[in-house]
Design a binder for this molecule. Structure first.
Ligand code: HEC
Length: 112
């Protein structure tokens, strides 16, 4: 990683933590930052593949397409992790950011 990339990353992190409740895209931004490396649509994402194997087509393999997730369930998995999914600390994803993410995943389901 170059020095300027590190600075850019720090800047994004700082911007996000100040965005708070006034940023309607916060949940989506946090989801794309932390979760899509494993949960994006496609065969190269371990979260997507694990959920495909778990539900065998009964539910979508992509979290954004699920309509059955509750905020409590999302927060539980994010704070506790499961198998290869790490848990996330409040210094990584704050409660405000986690609430926004749970809202994003439960209130705006995109059907396949
Ligand atoms: C390192 C890869 C990885 C990252 C990063 C990751 N996950 Fe996961 N996640 C997984 C895997 C793998 C599973 C399935 C575990 C299993 O086999 O039950 C999973 C399962 C879940 C589940 C449970 C779904 C179900 O029906 O069982 C939720 C909810 C979830 N992840 C949310 C998130 C959120 C929100 C983020 C971002 C904060 C995130 N994950 C980041 C890999 C990841």
């Amino acid at each position: 990683m170059t020095r300027s990339m590190i600075m850019a990353t720090l800047l994004v992190a700082a911007t996000n933590s100040y965005a708070g409740d006034n940023n309607p895209d916060l949940g989506k931004q946090e989801y794309q930052k932390w979760c899509t490396p494993c949960h994006a649509p496609g065969d190269q994402y371990p979260g997507t593949l694990a959920l495909r194997a778990k539900y065998k087509g009964a539910l979508p393999d992509v979290l954004e397409q699920r309509t059955d997730l509750s905020p409590e369930m999302i927060k539980y998995f994010v704070r506790n992790g499961i198998t290869i999914m790490p848990f996330f600390r409040k210094t990584e994803i704050s409660d405000t950011e986690l609430n926004a993410m749970a809202d994003f995943l439960t209130k705006q389901p995109t059907k396949p």
